[in-house]
Design a protein around this ligand. Structure first.
Ligand code: N2P
Length: 357
């Protein structure tokens, strides 16, 4: 009898450990099964209270992971080892993911809140009729700067950044398209230029900027600029807005040579396990009050027209972050340059980073 009890205890223990390990693996690797939803988003890109609220209202447990570049996100999704139910790529990445058959079509009949999106952000060339993606945030790339630290100097162009007075004063966002794009734009070339001579010229020009570059950083760029560790930052507009809400010495400008206009949309990756839950989450984020709460928390610009009514006028009316179409029409959206050319942009960016260090 004793032996039987011991055997049962042992079997029970082994089963318990197995169940525990499986559960841990599932939650850390982002696998979603049963009533869970696995979300893959940019860092600092959602109000965590909204995730809690979604969990409470839907009864679905959220497993949340972040990335810091489209390239990293696409590699992980293409590898397929981890499955995600919702991800938030930018436009050129959406186009590439469609091409590589990595996305599932979105069922608009499940998105009652889609009607709140300003039509200006729908039906764009990277995803006609929003078959595979739904707007989340949008914005520009520009320069945030601190006139106080610059002795009152104003910055209006990319070329201002090469000024010898800015030695060790510039922080750059850690993004290949953004940094190479800045080099190209400073030479009045397109952000989507694929001419090798132009790309080399842009890289050489960027190399000449290195004495002014203090560091190339991720989301900590906001803390460093708000804390006045550097006078100038090349950032996504929403990060500038967040920095400026913490330090009102700073200003944001879209450089006069031109810059990037970007759109980040929610998608459902092909390997999704909870397609129903993914639609439920997307519709939750499209709700105007949720979209407004999210925009206010992260600092980025919402494409949700109705949400603007819930935002304070100082946010919704700030033309630096909600520029009119007359301004955005002059900006360039990144094209999907194809696998080889995108890899080449990454290589050039890595070479620049190596040169800098
Ligand atoms: C937020 C990153 C925003 C990405 N941390 C802009 N595409």
């Amino acid at each position: 009898m004793k032996q039987l009890v011991r055997m049962f205890t042992a079997v029970f223990l082994v089963a318990f450990v197995l169940i525990y390990v499986t559960f841990q693996l599932n939650s850390t690797e982002g696998y979603s099964s049963g009533n869970t939803l696995s979300i893959y988003n940019w860092g600092d890109y959602i109000d965590p209270d909204l995730l809690k609220q979604f969990e409470q209202e839907s009864g679905i447990k959220v497993i949340y992971q972040t990335f810091d570049s489209n390239e990293a996100m696409m590699t992980k999704i293409a590898q397929g080892g981890t499955t995600f139910d919702v991800a938030v790529p930018s436009e050129y990445a959406i186009s590439k993911m469609k091409e590589e058959n990595l996305l599932l079509p979105i069922d608009h009949s499940k998105l009652s809140n889609l009607k709140y999106i300003n039509p200006r952000f729908l039906n764009l060339s990277f995803d006609k009729e929003n078959q595979y993606s739904v707007p989340y945030f949008w914005g520009t790339v520009g320069i945030v700067y601190n006139p106080k630290l610059l002795g009152g100097k104003e910055i209006t162009s990319w070329n201002d950044l090469w000024d010898g007075d800015l030695r060790n004063q510039i922080l750059l966002v850690d993004g290949a398209r953004e940094v190479i794009g800045m080099g190209l734009n400073s030479l009045h070339y397109s952000l989507n230029d694929t001419d090798e001579a132009h790309l080399q010229e842009a890289k050489n020009k960027l190399n000449a900027l290195t004495p002014n570059v203090k560091a190339i950083v991720g989301d900590e760029i906001k803390m460093l600029l708000a804390g006045e560790e550097a006078a100038v930052g090349v950032v996504w507009s929403g990060d500038a807005s967040e920095i400026m809400s913490e330090n009102d010495e700073l200003d944001y400008v879209i450089p006069e040579e031109g810059s990037n206009l970007w759109f980040d949309n929610m998608v459902i990756p092909k390997t999704a396990k909870n397609i129903e839950g993914a639609h439920e989450f997307i519709n939750f984020m499209l709700d105007p009050e949720h979209a407004a709460q999210n925009a206010e928390y992260v600092g980025y610009s919402t494409p949700n027209e109705k949400a603007l009514e819930y935002l304070p006028e100082e946010i919704a009316g700030d033309k630096r972050f909600y520029p009119d179409p007359s301004v955005t029409d002059k900006l360039e959206v990144y094209d999907n340059l194809g696998k080889r050319m995108l890899a080449h942009y990454n290589e050039l960016f890595l070479e620049f980073k190596m040169y800098k260090n």
